[in-house]
Design a binder for this molecule. Sequence first.
Ligand code: PLP
Ligand code: COI
Length: 340
Amino acid sequence: MTVDLDWENLGFGYLKLPERYISYYKNGEWDNGQMTQDATLHISESSPALHYGQQAFEGLKAYRTKAGDIQLFRPDQNAERLQKTADRLLMPQVPTEKFIEACKAVVKANAEYVPPYGTGATLYLRPLLIGVGDSISVKPAEEYIFTVFAMPVGNYFKGGLTPTNFIVAEDFDRAAPYGTGAAKVGGNYAASLLPGDKAHIAGFSDVIYLDPATHTKIEEVGSANFFGISRDNEFVTPLSPSILPSVTKYSLLYLAEERLGLKAVEGDVPIADLDRFTEAGACGTAAVISPIGGIQFKDRLHVFYSETEVGPITRRLYDELVGIQFGDIVAPKGWITKVE
Ligand code: PLP
Ligand code: COI
């Protein structure tokens, strides 16, 4: 049974659901965690998460299958990335099993908000790890909160599978060469707010960042990774220590090669070399696969396949990925975790 929502027109926005998971880390260990209906965090005004950005988050989705079951897509990968982010910010790791059990518990407790199969909508899960407690000097917190909440979502970028245009940030970086670009920390997103706002005002979906050291190679989008399809049928995506290692991107690298017969390449993507691509897209949990119609760089809009229609290879990649996520296509081993 599901609640009555306009599932087809959800967009990507917050909705306060009845239940969420919360666990506290004190005296060097995590408690067992519990479900709560309290959607407000009660934390010290001096919490390191608030002052020094000692926090991290994740994003993954629950999908309702045709048979009505609910499943998660590669939650172990999100757990591992959160552990790496935690290491970078000197926060305690959340064990993979605890992470997955928390996600499952939140989905189960809010099961009527998992969108019906066929609407395209999903339940977005937002795990969050924050340093809390009384501490005002610049050092790691002694106490932490790990919480997971959820909301049903539709498209992140307005177009869905209709291409939209993106703009290269010339005067901004989201991360530094040896900074926290590969960690999923709020600071990276804080840095992207102003360029993102300027891009939206100018009519673009989001910003494409260049490598912070030389400003010659594509890094990623503010909220997703980048890929291009080359003229000789390669799936190409940037390799850089300052981009977020996207679970979707690594899934597509595998599917491109194993299921679509493309050559999959992680490497440099010079911004001067866009002509080599016939199609391009942004990929991520929220973005899924969002085709890029054109990229504005300096005073030129470089159009790929079309500004209005998704290219054929991007479409096939989308169908394969989404088919797996919703349970219509057999998944590679270990990619699907059943909730109920
Ligand atoms: N890059 C950035 C900056 C993101 O915020 C996201 C979203 O999580 C991604 C890439 C895509 O990562 P994933 O596919 O793991 O969701
Ligand atoms: C995700 O795709 O899960 C993200 O975290 C992107 C976010 C900017 C909404």
